[in-house]
Design a protein around this ligand. Sequence first.
Ligand code: ATP
Length: 426
Amino acid sequence: MWIGIDDTDSPAGMCTTYIGAVLVRRLAQAGVRVVEARLVRLNPNVIHKTRGNAAVCIEAEGDMEATFALTCACVEELAEFDAAGTNPGVAVSRVRPPPDFYYAALRDFCTVEEAVEVLESVGARYRGYKNRRGLIGATAAVASVLPDRTYELLAYRKQGMWGTPRQVDRSSLFRAEETTGPHTWDTVDRENDLVVCVPHTPDPVLFGIRGESPAWVREARSYVHSEEPACEQVYTTNQGTDTHLVPGTIGELREGRSYLLRGTVVGSPTTGPGGHVSLLLADGGVEVRCMAYEPTKGFRDVVRELVPGDVVVAAGSYKGGSLNLEKLGICLLADAVRVRPPVCPACGKRMTSAGTGKGYKCRVCGARSREPEVERLERLLRPGWYEVPPTARRHLARPLMRGVPAWQQAMLQSDRGCDCSLHKQP
Ligand code: ATP
């Protein structure tokens, strides 16, 4: 059977994955065999999420009624019922629903009624508390399929420590990453000298180690020195898989969905207040703004190096009318040129404009020229993929060290969908 739970926490505390870890132990004590603990991330653009829009599914074998009762009791004991935005959902099903609802919750928006319809169709036992919104995530978790999967070892704090500063030895985290990367990732951000895997929120998570197999996350964890955890759970996850992305076309994007789209750079990227970098892409005469926000740090330098006519593929969520960049593939680099008044051949001084359409004039000797100086600039970028650093990476975003899926590589290499007039620029 599959047990789904969601929406148990609030910004002030708790975490659905912690309840999942407690439930795994209580199920085992009750003689229910746990086959897998799964952590799925759903649409990152859902406004009701507390943090990372996580939901949990536990696959188990045993008595369904007893399991349902145990799960509800666990959620009723531990969920943050007093928080206004916490609306827990529990679902237990002997039949796994088709994955459509999972993909809808991952890439789009769903309603409680749609979740209930799915649960009814498979004869699930379910309970939605308060406004029942958590049934959406619980149903999506139960219906989830992971054609690509990664793992996360989550260590949880003892209850008396919740809300106090976490004691995790920084250097041990860097050693864990050095020793086990690239089989693990996002423990630290070496480029920015930051710890990534230790949260700052008042929830029970002490740290989380992400990697490609249970063995690798356990190996990385063995290097970590910290306060003594209450318990640890290895989850199978859809994190780091890019499964939230769908191929998109500029002009046909829908708010709150995440895309990989192809376009040609129009105009020079600009840096606005707060250090956020904005880039305009065009395809078929339609434009979209892409944003590399300040927390994406050095990734903004890649965006700033783009010039009109470059052809790129851009991944990110379309929110508030712009695509918030998670990664960028450079398909084709245009010639970058600097156009300025020529140097006077007679006196060696740089000429100035003689007025619109009138060419250039030397202010020293009066010589005239019609042609500007066109200097070809060296491009610092190379075709290929660029990503935000670990500190800015979203849970679902696939690190480049995991490779690039074939459909994304095909979009990078395709010669479709770009304004050819612009690649020939100057
Ligand atoms: P945590 O990561 O700590 O578990 P969270 O960020 O997962 O917290 P929740 O408290 O679970 O946030 O809140 C997310 C809410 O949004 C849940 O009620 C969930 O059922 C609902 N939800 C998830 N995905 C969708 C979706 N695609 N459409 C509509 N509602 C969704």
